[in-house]
Structures are given as structure tokens and as C-alpha cells.
Design a protein around this ligand. Structure first.
Ligand code: SF4
Ligand code: SF4
Length: 432
């Protein structure tokens, strides 16, 4: 046996003679004596330890074979994928006027028509191949709760369909939270929409500056009141968009949540992301809530580590360090725009040239448009960070370079940050 090519070892700060092993491909963490790690490196592990480290993805028969296998990661994932994942953009309307929103000329009273919703359901039926046993449907906007009729219509059709296929149906919502009144939350839960992600940009004074209602009034109190009354009905995760000048104020939001009884047992994962820059002359929707991207600037690294620590130390869950799967590389993952156009990633909706088909005429070959295999190159093939990166975020590359052909390389970021992140995860897993 050999050490996995995707294995990192970090000295333990609190235990001399121990190392923390982290498998980048399985996201497994274990603390072992240094001698054991040396045995792994020298290929003379005792049998029981060899079996254990093999299961954790830390020991492999052959590193070269492992690297080749990693290059076909998405082929295998796509072959075995039992889930169809649809993000449905129900409208481009919103009752907020966020300062970083640059929807520009696209923003307004543009709503998905019922006829388009019917076509969306046809698309789901057609693409729910016999290998599928689960449908995930995320309602997205604009503000999706402005389209409650459509949520009712699509949710019922989706659950009827999955019921007839004896399949799972997971319905979720990304919302600004202002319209999530108790009556609506109850109805959503009844429809099977049992998860929502709400954006709060820090404590009241920063949030109200960033995310006011259209009339300029602050939205913080409304959102918190709604969460308080909805959190027993729907699992609510919290996101937030920070900037360089305000990220240090975000812990005050976490304290406020604790003080007002929105404790970790009542709230789902919390994750804050930097506000993304828009490409020049952009008029499409900027706000992507997936949180799978971050910019490679040093203040962002500091901010992420700082905020992650503040979240974890208060007992809230947050995203662990784990392999990434960009939606672009997952073949059964689609974004359906309000007008029926298909995209591969929510960050690209409305951007001319990034259409991947439409509900009427079907799916186009999007491989060149989205550079689906851009990470299959010599440099990435020899990079230990491949499972955590796969070429990075195409949207960030697009923002930075004006095209998505180039890599959004995470090497410097991971060189600087991975040890701290893994140690954070290990520390808080121990406390749990
Ligand atoms: S391109 Fe970027 S934002 Fe879009 S799904 Fe992939 S990682 Fe996420
Ligand atoms: S883009 Fe950079 S960090 Fe990512 S896999 Fe390729 S070489 Fe590694």
C-alpha cells in the first residue's frame, strides 16, 4: 500500500508526536501517531491499520492508478447519479433593493408562465431516467415567494410525479425571508417544501444597509420574526454576503440569533460568502446563493477563517472541507430560467452565450460553452488539490478573465488555508 496522492498530514498543535491526516478525496480526518504515518509512507503498515486507512481513502494500492481514477471522477458520478436536480427561477422580481444587486434592465415583473411550468414538468418527466430515484427541485428568483401560485402548482405536480415513480422529492427554496409569514411557512411545509435558505447580511445595522425593502425600510426585524415563527415548520439555513468593510460585524448577528432563541438546534447550516464582483456591463442576476465560490484575495481568506470560527464556536453547523462538485460538471443538474431557457449554473442565468438549451427545443451541447473538462489537463492531473477544486469556479474565471476557459486555480488559497480549515473541522468534531 502507498499513501494516497490526495492525503495531507498536519502536525497536531496540542499533541506532540501526533499528526492529523486528511483525505482530500473522502473528506475523512484522523489523528494518528507520527510513527504510523511514517509506516504508511514506507509501505510497512500493520494489516489492521492498512485496512483502516484504506477505508478512509488514505492508503491506496497504487498512486498512479488513483490519479487516473480521479480524472474520471465525474464520469463515474454521472453514470451512477440517481438524482435529477433542477433549480427553477420562478421570477426576476423582488421586493428588496439590495445595494450589490445589479440585475439592471433584466430586473422587473418577469414571471414564469404556467405554460412554462408545464414544460418544466415535462422536462422533469423526460429526464427522470430509470436510474433516478430522487428529484431535487430548488425554487429560486428574484424572490420566489412572489410566485406562490407557481410554487403550489409545481410542488403538487412534482410530488404527484415522484409519488407515481416511488421516488424521493426534495423541495427547497432560496428566499430573502421577508414574505415567509407563518401561514406561508405552514403551506410550504404542507406542499413538501421543507428547507429554505435565507440571506442575512450581518446584524440589523449592516443588513438594513445592504438589503433594505424597495421603499428603503430595513428588512432585518421582519426576517427574524418570520424565521422565529417558521423554524419549527421548515428547516432554515442562513447565508449572508459580506464585504471587506463589514465582515467583522457578522458575529453580532450570530449573538443576536442566540439571544433571541434561534439556537443551533433550530437553525440549519450557516455560511457567509463574499459579495461577488460583477463582470463589466453585466445586466443579469448576480446573486448566487450556492456558496460554492470564493475569490482568491487575502482579505477574503482571513474573513472566511474568522467567520467560520465564529459560527462553529457558537455551535452552529457550517460547510465542512469536502470535495466540490460544480453543477456544470454534473450532467443531471439544470437551471431553468423563468422563460424556459436552460443554464448549467445559477450564476450564468440571463447571460447571453451561456444558454444550454430550452424547454421547448431541448438540451444543446454545452461542453464547449461551459468548458466542462477544463480541469483535465497535465497541471490539474498532477495536483493534490484536484478533489477540492476541479479547476475552480467557472463564474469566477468569467468575472476575472471575461471567459471561462481559464482555470480559477485554488492552489495558493489551499496552500494557505487548508491546514487551518481541517484543524477547525477536527477541533469542532471532537467537541460535538
Ligand atoms: S460555475 Fe461556480 S458558481 Fe457555478 S456551479 Fe460551478 S462552482 Fe458554482
Ligand atoms: S486549478 Fe489549480 S488548484 Fe485546481 S486542480 Fe488545477 S492546479 Fe490544482
Amino acid at each position: 500500500m502507498q499513501p494516497s496522492f490526495y492525503l495531507k498530514a498536519f502536525d497536531c498543535d496540542d499533541a506532540e508526536g501526533q499528526v492529523l491526516l486528511f483525505s482530500l478525496k473522502k473528506a475523512s480526518i484522523i489523528r494518528v501517531p507520527k510513527e504510523l504515518f511514517c509506516s504508511l509512507q514506507n509501505g510497512n503498515l500493520p494489516q489492521d491499520k492498512e485496512n483502516q486507512l484504506f477505508k478512509l481513502g488514505m492508503a491506496v494500492e497504487n498512486q498512479e492508478a488513483e490519479k487516473r481514477e480521479m480524472l474520471s471522477f465525474f464520469d463515474r458520478l454521472n453514470r451512477k447519479n440517481t438524482q435529477l436536480h433542477i433549480t427553477a427561477v420562478l421570477n426576476l422580481d423582488c421586493n428588496f433593493d439590495c445595494i450589490y444587486c445589479y440585475e439592471g434592465s433584466d430586473k422587473g415583473r418577469l414571471y414564469m408562465a404556467h405554460q412554462t411550468a408545464d414544460r418544466l414538468m415535462d422536462f422533469i418527466r423526460d429526464n427522470f431516467t430509470k436510474e433516478k430515484n430522487s428529484l431535487r427541485l430548488d425554487f429560486y428568483g428574484g424572490e420566489p415567494l412572489l410566485s406562490m401560485d407557481l410554487i403550489r402548482y409545481i410542488s403538487s405536480a412534482a410530488t404527484d410525479f415522484t409519488g407515481s415513480m416511488d421516488a424521493d422529492c426534495r423541495l427547497t427554496l432560496v428566499t430573502n425571508g421577508s414574505l415567509l409569514k407563518p401561514r406561508i411557512a405552514k403551506e410550504l411545509a404542507h406542499l413538501g417544501v421543507n428547507r429554505a435558505r435565507i440571506t442575512i447580511d450581518g446584524p440589523a445595522y449592516t443588513h438594513n444597509q445592504s438589503r433594505p425593502f424597495k421603499n428603503g425600510a430595513g428588512s432585518f426585524d421582519t426576517i427574524i420574526n418570520n424565521i422565529r415563527q417558521a423554524c419549527d415548520l421548515i428547516k432554515i439555513g442562513i447565508g449572508g454576503n459580506f464585504e471587506k468593510h463589514n465582515y467583522r460585524q457578522f458575529p453580532a448577528l450570530l449573538d443576536y440569533l442566540l439571544d433571541t432563541d434561534l439556537t443551533p438546534d433550530k437553525i440549519g447550516p450557516v455560511k457567509f460568502d463574499p459579495v461577488m464582483k460583477a463582470p463589466e456591463d453585466d445586466t443579469s442576476i448576480p446573486e448566487y446563493y450556492g456558496g460554492c465560490a470564493s475569490l482568491n484575495e487575502s482579505w477574503i481568506r482571513e474573513a472566511e477563517e474568522f467567520l467560520r470560527e465564529e459560527i462553529l464556536k457558537r455551535g452552529y453547523a457550517t460547510q465542512k472541507v469536502r470535495p466540490v462538485t460544480c453543477m456544470v460538471d454534473v450532467s443531471d443538474s439544470w437551471v431553468v430560467h423563468y422563460d424556459g431557457t436552460l443554464y448549467k449554473c445559477p450564476a450564468f442565468i440571463g447571460k447571453s452565450g451561456f444558454e444550454a438549451g430550452d424547454l421547448e427545443s431541448g438540451i444543446l451541447d454545452y461542453n464547449a460553452t461551459y468548458q466542462t473538462e477544463h480541469w483535465r489537463n497535465e497541471r490539474c492531473a498532477e495536483c493534490e488539490y484536484l478533489p477540492l477544486c476541479f479547476g475552480g469556479c467557472r463564474y469566477i474565471a468569467y468575472v476575472r478573465e471575461g471567459g471561462i476557459g481559464t482555470l480559477d486555480c485554488r492552489k495558493d488559497y489551499l496552500d494557505a488555508r487548508l491546514e487551518g480549515l481541517v484543524k477547525q473541522d477536527a477541533r469542532y468534531a471532537q467537541k460535538a
